[in-house]
Design a protein around this ligand. Structure first.
Ligand code: PLP
Length: 456
C-alpha cells in the first residue's frame, strides 16, 4: 500500500540500518536528508546542517559535484552495466590501473566489490585460498582488534571486534581472534606515558596470539591504519613497523582495512603510507567515489596473485555489481578532483589546525580526550577527567542516545555520538573544509557538550 507522504512511508516501510525503530513506531520524525552542497546538508523541513561525518566517512569531495553526476550519466548512457566475471570494461580496467599506481609496494592486483564489508570478506577468502594453493592449507584463521568494525557479512562480522553486534548472529565463522586495540588513553599507567613502549606492547600481542593459535593456522591480520570504532585510535609510534616484522616472521598476511582511511581521510591515497608500512592487501571503499556511486576493492600484492597466473586456479569469488561501470567511472572522476584540487595536501596542511581547534574542547569537564589524524577525530567523553572514569551503561544510554545524538543534530551538526566502546563523538567531515568550518564545528560541539552532563 502507498503512504500519503514520505514521513509516513518511511515509518511504514523503510528498514533503516542499525536503527531502533521504536521511536518511529511512536510517530517520531524520521530524519530525512533531501539535499547536499559542499559540506552542508538540508533535511525535509528545510533545516541546514554541517555534514560532520561526510555522510558515513564517504563524501570526501563534498556534496553537489555536478562533474561526478555528469560522469555517471555519461557512463550509464554508454554502458550501464557489464560484469567483470571473465569479461572487462574500460572503466574497471582504468580504475584498477589507477589504484595499483597509487598503492604502495607491489600491490598491483585489484579485485572490485560493491562495498567495504565485501572487500574484507574477499580478503579473508583470498588469504585462505592463497595458502591452500601454496601448500599451507591449515592457514585459515585471522586476527583483528577489539572494538574494531570491519563490516556485517558473516566473515567480516567475525573479524569485527564488537560483541554486541555479533551475539545474536552466532555461530559466526570460526577462527577469528581478537587482540587489544591501540587506545593509549585507556592503556595501563606505565604505558600511557611511553607511546613507543605502548606500540611495542600492542604489536607484541599479535605475535602472542599467533603463537597461541599456532603459526601454521593463522592466515591474516586485519588492522585499520587508524581504528574508527571506539573513537579514532591512531597507531602508536613503531606499531606497524613491528606488526610488519611479526607478519613476515610468521608468514601471516597483513591486511590494511582502509575502508575509512583511504582516499584522503588522513591526507594520502592510502593511509598505510602515512604510517610507513606496506601491507599485503588493502581493503577500501567509501571515499573511492566520494559516495556518488557504490564500489569497493581489495588490492592484493603480486605475490598473492602468483598462484592464479597458471593452470586451472581461479579465485572462485565475485559480486554481480563488483566494479560496476558507473561506479568505476565516477571513481576515476573523483580521483581527478583529488588531484586537481590538491585535496590530500589540503588535508595534510590543515589537519593540525583542525586538531588544535577541537582540542579547545578539552577545557570542558566532560571531554577526556581528543584524538585522531587528518580529517578524522574522536572526542572521548568521561565522567571524571582526573581519574578517566567513564559512564556506566545507563548513563551512557541516557546521555548519548537520550540527549547527545539529537542535540548535536538540533544544533545543526550531523556527526555521531557512539558508545560501542567508551562514549565518543566522531568527526570525519568532507576534506574540503578549512578553519572557518573547524570553528563552526567546535562552537556547536561546545554548546551541546556543555549541556550534556545535565542529561545523565
Ligand atoms: N571496514 C571498515 C574499517 C569500516 O569502517 C566499514 C564500514 O564502516 C567496513 C569495513 C564495512 O564497509 P561497508 O559498510 O561498505 O560494507
Amino acid at each position: 500500500a502507498r503512504g500519503t507522504d514520505l514521513q509516513q512511508a518511511a515509518r511504514d516501510h523503510l528498514w533503516m540500518h542499525f536503527t531502533r525503530h521504536s521511536v518511529y513506531e511512536e510517530g517520531g520524525h524520521v530524519p530525512t536528508i533531501v539535499r547536499g552542497e559542499g559540506h552542508k546538508i538540508w533535511d525535509d523541513t528545510g533545516r541546514e546542517y554541517i555534514d560532520g561525518l561526510a555522510g558515513l566517512f564517504v563524501v570526501q569531495v563534498g556534496h553537489g559535484r555536478t562533474e561526478l553526476a555528469e560522469t555517471a550519466l555519461k557512463q550509464a548512457e554508454k554502458l550501464a552495466f557489464f560484469p567483470i566475471w571473465s569479461y572487462a570494461h574500460p572503466a574497471a580496467i582504468e580504475l584498477a590501473e589507477r589504484l595499483a599506481a597509487g598503492a604502495p609496494g607491489d600491490l598491483n592486483r585489484v579485485f572490485f566489490t560493491t562495498g567495504g564489508g565485501e572487500a574484507v570478506e574477499s580478503a579473508w577468502k583470498l588469504a585462505k585460498q592463497y595458502f591452500k594453493l601454496t601448500g599451507k592449507p591449515k592457514k585459515h584463521k585471522v586476527i583483528s582488534r577489539s572494538i574494531a568494525y570491519h563490516g556485517t557479512p558473516h566473515g567480516a562480522l567475525s573479524i569485527t571486534g564488537l560483541p554486541p553486534l555479533k551475539e545474536d548472529f552466532e555461530p559466526l565463522v570460526p577462527g577469528a581472534h581478537k587482540v587489544p586495540n591501540t587506545n593509549i588513553y585507556r592503556a595501563s599507567e606505565d604505558l600511557r606515558d611511553d607511546p613507543k613502549a605502548f606500540g611495542r606492547w600492542a604489536a607484541d600481542r599479535i605475535a602472542e596470539a599467533i603463537e597461541f593459535e599456532g603459526p601454521d593456522t593463522v592466515a591474516a591480520v586485519f588492522l585499520e591504519p587508524v581504528q574508527n570504532a571506539g573513537g579514532c585510535f591512531p597507531p602508536p609510534p613503531g606499531y606497524f613497523e613491528r606488526v610488519r616484522e611479526i607478519c613476515d616472521e610468521y608468514d601471516v598476511l597483513l591486511v590494511s582495512d582502509e575502508v575509512i582511511c583511504a582516499f584522503g581521510r588522513i591526507g594520502s591515497m592510502f593511509a598505510c603510507e602515512d604510517f610507513g608500512y606496506t601491507p599485503d592487501i588493502i581493503t577500501c571503499a567509501k571515499g573511492m567515489t566520494s559516495g556518488y556511486s557504490p564500489i569497493g576493492a581489495m588490492i592484493a600484492s603480486d605475490r598473492l596473485f602468483e598462484p592464479y597466473k597458471s593452470g586451472t586456479n581461479s579465485f572462485a569469488h565475485g559480486y554481480t555489481f563488483g566494479g560496476h561501470p558507473v561506479s568505476a567511472a565516477v571513481a576515476l572522476a573523483n580521483l581527478d578532483i583529488f588531484e586537481r584540487e590538491g585535496l590530500n595536501a589540503h588535508v595534510k596542511e590543515n589537519a593540525p589546525a583542525f586538531r588544535r581547534t577541537l582540542e579547545r574542547l578539552l577545557d570542558l569537564p566532560i571531554v577526556g580526550d581528543v584524538r585522531g589524524e587528518g580529517y578524522f577525530y574522536g572526542i572521548e567523553l568521561v565522567k571524571d577527567k582526573a581519574t578517566r572514569e567513564t559512564f556506566n551503561a545507563a548513563e551512557s544510554e541516557s546521555m548519548l542516545r537520550g540527549y547527545l545524538s539529537k542535540a548535536l543534530f538540533d544544533a545543526g551538526l550531523y556527526c555521531r555520538a557512539d558508545d560501542r566502546g567508551d562514549p565518543v563523538v566522531q568527526l570525519a567531515p568532507p576534506l574540503t573544509i578549512g578553519q572557518a568550518e573547524f570553528d563552526d564545528i567546535e562552537q556547536r560541539l561546545r554548546t551541546v557538550l556543555t549541556e550534556a552532563p545535565n542529561h545523565l
